[in-house]
Design a protein around this ligand. Structure first.
Ligand SMILES: NC(=O)c1ccc[n+]([C@@H]2O[C@H](COP(=O)([O-])OP(=O)(O)OC[C@H]3O[C@@H](n4cnc5c(N)ncnc54)[C@H](O)[C@@H]3O)[C@@H](O)[C@H]2O)c1
Length: 237
């Protein structure tokens, strides 16, 4: 496949290495607005675009892909409040959008286990949940997007909980602790504790390659499809 790489930062570099090793061509790399001016014409020569940029720019990049009729695999987070209008536009323009707040296959399986565990424990109120997420010190947001997804999934699967708290405890809320240390790529632990035992599940990412693998697999899967998709579709979860 001919791939357009929209955003050539940490994830862009990781995706380039992996995509080339799988026999794909990086047809164009665009890393800022000046490069858009110079390289827009190359976009329509591509089979698919992979977008890892910044929240403020993601939507305009998505629209550029719709305009030339190529599928776009979006990794950028932080634009989901506009999700409704973007998916509407995708359908209207007969486009293709693949999005995920976390492209790691392991994390997406972890999401499923987390939902199931929360649901199984709904009737056993002696088990109390808690979550810890650990990331490197350069990460600016807390809790992580993945932790928020985990908490939201727990709340929708277990109606004893209506929200989450950060750094404090409150009845009916899941306490989330964010730790920033060293070079940690991302570790998420969910525990359910009673007076007599504890169930703990943990996902630990070793590096960014796991995100790149998911994004490139998504690009290969989405090629020649139309519509709006996410990791549940790719992994048949
Ligand atoms: N979904 C996932 O699995 C996943 C995994 C890792 C990171 N992310 C998200 O992906 C995004 C990028 O992460 P990163 O670590 O690569 O960040 P980064 O800061 O290393 O790279 C972002 C790149 O976007 C470029 N950019 C800025 N404006 C642009 C424009 N108009 N057009 C094209 N490129 C532009 C910047 O120059 C920069 O190189 C973030 O939102 C991050 O939270 C998602």
């Amino acid at each position: 496949m001919k791939i357009a790489l929209l955003g050539y930062g940490r994830m862009g570099h990781e995706i380039e290495k992996l995509a080339v090793s799988r026999g794909h061509t990086i047809q164009v790399k665009i890393d800022n607005e000046d490069e858009w001016t110079a390289k827009t014409a190359f976009l329509k020569e591509c089979d698919v675009a992979i977008e890892f940029t910044i929240p403020a720019i993601a939507i305009s990049n998505i629209k550029r892909c719709f305009a030339v009729g190529i599928p776009v695999v979006v990794g950028t987070t932080g634009w989901y409040e506009h999700f409704g209008e973007v998916t509407e536009l995708c359908i209207k323009m007969d486009g293709c959008l693949f999005y995920a707040s976390n492209y790691s296959i392991g994390v997406n399986v972890f999401f499923e286990i987390n939902r199931k565990l929360a649901s199984l424990l709904e009737s056993y109120t002696m088990y109390k949940p808690a979550m810890t997420e650990i990331h490197h010190t350069l990460k600016l947001d807390a809790p992580s997007g993945t932790a928020i997804t985990l908490a939201k999934d727990m709340i929708s699967a277990n109606h004893n909980y209506t929200g989450y708290t950060v750094g404090t405890t409150e009845e009916g809320k899941i306490p989330v602790t964010s730790v920033r240390e060293g070079n940690v790529t991302g570790t998420h632990t969910v525990s359910w504790t009673s007076d007599v035992d504890q169930i703990t599940i943990t996902h630990e990412a070793y590096n960014r390659l796991g995100f790149a693998i998911g994004a490139v697999l998504a690009a290969e899967w989405v090629y020649s499809r139309k519509g709006v998709f996410t990791m549940k579709d790719l992994l048949s979860l």
